[in-house]
Design a protein around this ligand. Sequence first.
Ligand code: NAP
Length: 253
Amino acid sequence: MNNKKVVLVTGGTSGIGFGTIEYLLEQEKYEVISVSRGDKNLSLAKEKLGDNANKVLFLHGDISKEEDCNKIYDEIDSKYGKLDGLVNSAGIIKLGGIEKQTLEEWNNSININLTGIFLLTKTLLPLLKKGTNTSIVNISSMSSKKAGGSIAYCASKAGVDMLTKYMAQELGKYNIRVNSVNPAAVYTNIYVSSGDYTQEGYDKWSEEKAPLYPLGRIGDAKKDLAPTIEFLLSDKTLWTTGAIYLVDGGKSI
Ligand SMILES: NC(=O)c1ccc[n+]([C@@H]2O[C@H](COP(=O)([O-])OP(=O)(O)OC[C@H]3O[C@@H](n4cnc5c(N)ncnc54)[C@H](OP(=O)(O)O)[C@@H]3O)[C@@H](O)[C@H]2O)c1
């Protein structure tokens, strides 16, 4: 086996997860695994990666389901026997406050965004303990601290920040670091996938939001988020844990 770090990126077929995988492949220091549920994002991701698609182990699974997490464990265990990094990026949003959001929408968001991170990380812990300078990066959101958009989403992300701190405190004894990256708006498929926007509506929304950012634009997954995620995965941050990194173009100032 070469000495590359083995890193699993959930939601690696779209948006921030996909941008992270593209960036990690460019560094040539990582063996990359992706987990997601469906085929549509998967075939698009493979198409965009071209020949590099062969360098990624694409797994199928829903991180909110115990049997899928166990299957993911088995597949990684049999191929690599360890994990040096885990980027918990898989997530969803459905817009609405307490008056509009249904219980089903609430449960979906909490199950995937919060319970999914708990469940997958818990399942993979034996592999993470076998890694070297293991690092877990949870993709939270600026919405963990600022209400707006979706009540379930904001509550789930506030939960992710505490999960980060709790796990950082608990897993330090295994030399496992746990940090959160909290973006403001990043141009991805999240709102079109949820049905909250059409592609045209989302493109217009993205343009309208740009002037609200001190840096004059919303984020790009690969250019603006992936380098911070990779920094936290790398051995440059061996004494950084429990940190909540706002990467938001200055939006929260
Ligand atoms: N975009 C933003 O403005 C923004 C801002 C702040 C934070 N974030 C956070 O960034 C993360 C990534 O979001 P994104 O914007 O990149 O979204 P995206 O483009 O919609 O990508 C989401 C990815 O997660 C996968 N996924 C969703 N549910 C899953 C599940 N239950 N099990 C396994 N995979 C699942 C999707 O593939 P399948 O559907 O095929 O499973 C897809 O690959 C999320 O946690 C989100 O909350 C996004």
